[in-house]
Design a protein. Structure first.
Length: 110
């Protein structure tokens, strides 16, 4: 994964965070909603589309249950964790830069 892979969607970021431990689809949906304070509610189609894409990219793998099981659990791979950590650093930079400039502007206004 190159450093310039582009930003993750908020949904993909939260799904990857959720899969630091093995979870099935419904568990992922619940965890994403909890992590986002109820702001992000994933529809099943959105979730399974993202899962399919992340499986193809090798960011997550099916975990434990038989491949044909309806209640598959998924877990993040080392490659997925590298992508997640890269996105975390990108977001951190955005927040740090915004804080530095917005707090500086706020102090100047007072």
């Amino acid at each position: 994964m190159g450093a310039n892979m582009g930003a993750l969607t908020e949904a993909v970021y939260y799904i990857l965070l959720s899969l630091l431990q093995p979870l099935h689809g419904y568990g992922i949906m619940q965890n994403v909603e909890k992590l986002s304070g109820g702001r992000l509610k994933l529809a099943a189609g959105t979730l399974y589309g993202a899962i399919s894409s992340m499986l193809e990219k090798g960011w997550i793998v099916a975990h434990g249950a038989a491949e044909d099981s309806r209640k598959k659990e998924y877990v993040i791979t080392d490659a997925g964790e590298a992508v997640l950590r890269g996105e975390y650093r990108r977001l951190r930079e955005l927040v740090d830069n915004g804080s530095a400039l917005l707090e500086c502007d706020k102090e100047d206004a007072e």
